[in-house]
Design a protein around this ligand. Sequence first.
Ligand code: SF4
Length: 220
Amino acid sequence: MEDMEKYAIVQKDMESFAVVPSTPTGLVTPEVLHRIAEVAEKYQALVKLTNAQRFALVGFKQDALPRLSGELGIPLATPAGSVVRSVKACPGSVTCRLGQQDSLSLGMELDKRYHGRSLPSKFKIAVSGCPNSCAESAVVDFGVIGTRKGFRIMVGGNAGANPRIADELTTVETKEQVMEIAEKVIECYEKNARRGERLGKMIERIGGIEKFREMVLGAE
Ligand code: SF4
């Protein structure tokens, strides 16, 4: 696999590595679970569930890394760096009795389109199926919250050492409109952010959500 550094994270001992199989929206099949278990057993790896709805497999030597994606039978996620991270989603209307929108299929579509794309800083996306926001859509760079009428789109949130609650950018009615807005937000961020600057910081630097709204959606 080319550019293994993109997929493996060196650990505290500076000798072993962690990898993260790609499981967008946290959905996994029994077959994937079997393969993860087999690989973990073979390499005596530690398996840690992450906050991003993924399995981190920890404890590989460098020479094993190029084989792992093939042995797992699924691609590896890009778990670190200035890229779009795997999309997080709650169960939404597929299984949750409170769900108002299908967060899983929208999350999958966003993941397919953006996961791994290089941007000025890390970029997190989350989709929740109702205003309870179980996927924590208000503390990611691009958050979607399902409502009875459609979707609220939140931008510029982050957790971490200096948390920031996202600003509401707009509301839309359809999944297709969410995808259109996602493209505009990401393009605007890519073009205007400084290196290492998260979206929330950029929004503050340029003068706030009104200014950002104007840049992304034009004068409404
Ligand atoms: S955000 Fe709503 S739809 Fe999603 S899991 Fe929570 S309660 Fe269910």
